[in-house]
Design a binder for this molecule. Sequence first.
Ligand SMILES: CC(C)(COP(=O)(O)OP(=O)(O)OC[C@H]1O[C@@H](n2cnc3c(N)ncnc32)[C@H](O)[C@@H]1OP(=O)(O)O)[C@@H](O)C(=O)NCCC(=O)NCCS
Length: 173
Amino acid sequence: MQIRACDPGDHDGIDALLKSAFPTPAEARLVTALRAADADTLELVADDHGRIAGAVMFSPVTAIAANGSQAYGAGLGPVAVIPEHQRRGIGTALVEAGLDYLRQLGAPWCVVLGDPAYYGRFGFKPASGRDWSWAGDPDGEHAGAFQWLSLSGKQPGTAGPCRVHYHPAFDAV
Ligand SMILES: CC(C)(COP(=O)(O)OP(=O)(O)OC[C@H]1O[C@@H](n2cnc3c(N)ncnc32)[C@H](O)[C@@H]1OP(=O)(O)O)[C@@H](O)C(=O)NCCC(=O)NCCS
């Protein structure tokens, strides 16, 4: 199994993977939309002898404070592993490689919407702890699932509560 950067020849394999790992084709559509919008900050695949066994996408996100100041980071997701290969460490390897790559690129922080029991192992903490909330969740219904990780060891240059916006492609799927 090799974790490597995605190339265009992988797109059909990733599409099939996302459709097999998620209950609906929404994630497959999202990834296609992010690529079309040039918002695919980083895309890695797990290559199992030429078959795509897993994939992870990172896209740009913006944190906007009440005073209008903005900070830019990365959003993790979707990440998926083909059902027959799940629970063998592939998802962990993809996320760790992606976060390492983002650090090398100089990305300051990353957010994710998902199960804290899974993402906590990478160091993600509830974003509510730093008064950040996901802009797509005005009622705070998913507050416990929205998590944040500093990649630089520094705090973002925004003060006070922030609303975090994913790329508009997320709203279109
Ligand atoms: C989530 C996913 C990417 C994890 O990849 P994986 O290769 O199966 O995971 P790993 O083998 O690296 O890690 C397995 C561990 O993660 C846990 N885990 C897997 N999926 C989890 C989930 N959705 N929530 C919480 N924990 C989860 C397992 O219980 C296991 O824990 P353990 O190490 O304590 O036994 C994969 O299960 C998947 O594709 N799921 C369907 C799509 C999905 O829900 N993606 C995430 C939302 S974007």
